[in-house]
Design a protein around this ligand. Structure first.
Ligand code: CA
Length: 526
């Protein structure tokens, strides 16, 4: 069965390849076509652990602003910056918790992080550097200390169900319902999907919808370029209703700012994620490929490069059939997962290999802060959100770990040290991002998997506006050869390569129409 499938796939690959080749040319994509689209290399930041400007041990917006040049200094000739061009800030609004996923005021910045005026400066400084700034928006629930909930709670206790705030939340007198907590007065229970301190908003309430519009408008007017939408599958218990909510929210945001970007968090299966793409929001995080058991990590461990290429092509096809304008959002790990360096066995070669694999996937990649340094963290959530290590010898700007962290793992080389080490993970990430920015086909193209005889080799083409790039990864720990390169991959012209084993080791090379790929290496052809 598998062989038959492979033959069909092979024939299909050749047909598509031939079609793609016939219209391909090497004309670079005009710059003006790139500037206005929503394709970016994003970087996720937990402000509290990024950079502290005033010595209280808590990261803040001023600290972040002081480090923007590390992320992107706005000058393509310098080499000290990472080169990302999008930032996702985890929640910055006032909140009683350290993580701030329970908001008490949607129209302000938490005072520990700074002020609205600091935020305006941040927006300006990001835009100056060509960085899009998106912020976390938590609409499923508020904090139980939000004035809306306090009013609603008091109304429920007094039996005043006509109070407008009563309908902001979901109250019932029926006991034993899932995710409902006892209010402790007047026999009421309230819906709270995550914890009793995070009551769910009632999105059927017209006043809540008006508030949601007001919140979105407020931040759009502050200059943000998009939202990362938290916990979208919890907005309603019913999936179709949640999708309809997103449809409505997406139209509203785009009616104020046509290129406003929305990326949703739906931590679930691939088929549910593609269902949510029907809402029209630009992106959904690619959970099926991420984390310990995701496609990227399991393909690395199983050395199944060929399957990876097939999975990638089929995933893109599913996503695009749900929404032709969808932008996939791949990542290795985020603030809720064990850090990828630990998952990959703290093996720098494997970390670089994993970085090559996911950063070259189509779409908007999301680097979790510190991942580019190989930072570690697992177990309790607090451990996954440790201070960014600016230097291993100086403490300037380095925050305190958030309270509750019980396993503080510190890596050997901080940012300062990795800048000076040609073989560092940081310098590897910089190279990858540069390649991605140089060849727009990589993020934007339509993927076709190529079937090569060796199952450890991942090969696929990606075609954008008639221009084709071919990406070939070696998923194995052995040096491999791809013979008859021009016929099997449509080109033997290697434009770039990546060697996780580092300087002084064998590099990918093309000779006599044969590509030699050292262990875990990547070749990019055009
Ligand atoms: Ca501070």
């Amino acid at each position: 069965m598998k062989t038959v499938k492979k033959v069909i796939a092979l024939v299909l690959a050749f047909v598509i390849l031939a079609a793609a080749t016939s219209c391909s040319n090497n004309t670079p994509v005009p710059k003006e076509n790139l500037i206005n689209d929503n394709y970016r290399n994003y970087y996720e930041i937990f402000v509290s652990s990024f950079c502290d400007s005033n010595g209280d041990g808590i990261g803040d917006l001023k600290g972040l602003i002081s480090k923007l040049d590390y992320l992107n200094d706005g000058n393509s000739n310098t080499t000290n910056d990472l080169g990302i061009n999008g930032i996702w800030l985890m929640p910055i609004m006032p909140s009683p918790s350290y993580h701030k996923y329970d908001v008490t005021d949607y129209f302000n910045v938490d005072s520990k992080y700074g002020t609205l005026s600091d935020f305006e400066t941040l927006v300006k400084e990001c835009h100056k550097r060509g960085i899009k700034l998106i912020i976390d928006l938590v609409l499923n629930h508020t904090s139980s200390s939000h004035p809306w909930f306090i009013n609603a709670k008091n109304a429920a206790a007094a039996g005043k169900t006509s109070n407008p705030y009563f309908s902001y939340y979901n109250f019932t007198k029926e006991s034993g319902r899932n995710n409902y907590y006892d209010l402790g007065s007047n026999g009421y229970y309230y819906e709270s999907s995550f914890s009793k301190y995070m009551p769910d908003l009632n999105m059927d309430c017209p006043d809540v919808r008006k508030q949601v519009e007001k919140i979105a408008k407020f931040w759009v007017d502050k200059g943000v370029d998009g939202f990362r939408l938290d916990a979208i599958r919890y907005i309603y218990e019913d999936k179709d209703k949640s999708i309809n909510f997103l449809k409505w929210f997406n139209s509203y945001c785009k009616s104020i700012k046509s290129d406003f970007y929305l990326v949703g968090e739906d931590w679930s299966s691939g088929s549910e994620i593609t269902d949510y793409y029907a809402s029209g929001i630009d992106s959904l995080f690619n959970f099926p490929f991420a984390d310990i058991s995701g496609t990227i990590n399991s393909s690395i461990n199983g050395k199944t490069g060929s399957d990876f290429a097939q999975n990638l092509a089929s995933w893109q096809q599913q996503v695009k059939s749900a929404n032709a304008n969808a932008i996939d959002a791949p990542f290795l790990s985020n603030h809720d997962m064990n850090r990828s360096a630990g998952v990959l066995g703290r093996d720098p070669v494997k970390e670089k290999n994993a970085a090559s694999i996911y950063m070259l996937m189509p779409g908007n990649t999301f680097i979790y802060y510190g991942e580019e340094l190989g930072m570690l963290g697992s177990g309790k959530d607090e451990n996954k959100r440790l201070p960014f290590l600016w230097s291993s010898t100086k403490s300037t700007g380095i925050t305190k770990p958030v309270s509750g962290a019980d396993n503080i793992q510190v890596i050997a080389q901080g940012e300062e040290q990795q800048q000076k080490d040609d073989n560092s993970l940081l310098n590897f990430y910089k190279k990858l991002i540069k390649i991605k920015n140089q060849y727009p086909e990589i993020a934007r193209g339509a993927v076709t998997a190529m079937e090569l005889p060796d199952e450890t080799i991942c090969a696929y083409s990606t075609v954008y506006k008639g221009s084709k790039v071919v990406i070939i990864h070696n998923f194995s720990d052995k040096s491999k050869q791809v013979a008859q390169l021009s016929s099997s991959c449509g080109t033997a012209n290697m434009i770039s390569s990546l060697t996780p084993a580092g300087e002084g080791t064998e590099k990918p090379a093309v000779k006599n129409d044969t590509l030699t790929l050292p262990p875990y290496a990547t070749a990019i052809l055009k």
